[in-house]
Design a protein around this ligand. Sequence first.
Ligand SMILES: C[S@@+](CC[C@H](N)C(=O)[O-])C[C@H]1O[C@@H](n2cnc3c(N)ncnc32)[C@H](O)[C@@H]1O
Length: 283
Amino acid sequence: MDIQSSASKTALMVCAYRARASRWPKPLFVDPWADTLAGDDGHDIARRLDQQFAPMETWLALRVAYLDRLVAQAVDRLSIRQVVILGAGYDTRAARLPRAGVSYFEVDHPATQAAKRERLGRLEGYPIDAAIYVTCNFEREDPIERLVASGFDATEPALVIWEGVVPYLTEAAVRATATRLASGLDPRSLVAFDYVGKKLAAGANLSAKDQQTRDYVGELGEPIQFGTDDPLPLLYDCGFRWVRSLDFNELALELLGDYQRDRQFRFQHIALAAVRTPVAGWP
Ligand SMILES: C[S@@+](CC[C@H](N)C(=O)[O-])C[C@H]1O[C@@H](n2cnc3c(N)ncnc32)[C@H](O)[C@@H]1O
């Protein structure tokens, strides 16, 4: 997205998947705004991806539900008062999971953030002031500097959610951003992000379906650029000293109660990172 100035289309696409997952008979979460926010364009982009990668809706639903739970744990059990959403897209957690005294900072590329604010302005009843909006291009700007300029308190802990963004950045931007998070956040903070495998990012030796998925996302203007099979060495280099990775099949087993081989959860994971071991029970 660095080279272009247009708003993210993948953000609209995942918003459409959130809307669809909200309509499950037993939803893992409900996002009442996602349907309208995604609009016809978002739903259309998602429908076209269905043909290449049918498990996308389930993948998204698990990711959102897990990260929602992390937010609830942080604010309800650990009294964390700052939630930072990096590359927020059409994220509505500030409105869906509000808590007295908790500040939500939505950080995004200026083009996507402007498009989101424009769509939010047309949404009846949306609490637009629930978040503090911060622009940042991770390819060349320092997120901590941008956050602090908007009132973020770097001496207090934060939960940082970097959802659906890392694959679209260059490795240099991932490293620079992660390094600033490790050095600039209060050490009690926790960073959560999802990542894809090296093979998908490299576009080498993929199944026909995976190759089509990769191509389709690239056609949307946001090519997959970064993947890893083990983020620990990179996170160590960046200054983190506690790292955990979660597999989406494990998440599906826990949240949906089953394992299905054809879900194609081969290349996607969630990583949790902190500069020191989190307190007991967290996460
Ligand atoms: C797939 S969307 C995910 C949006 C949101 N986190 C979600 O899960 O619904 C990718 C997001 O990454 C952001 N992004 C991509 N490249 C970026 C960059 N260089 N700087 C800042 N944000 C970027 C896009 O603006 C977009 O919001």
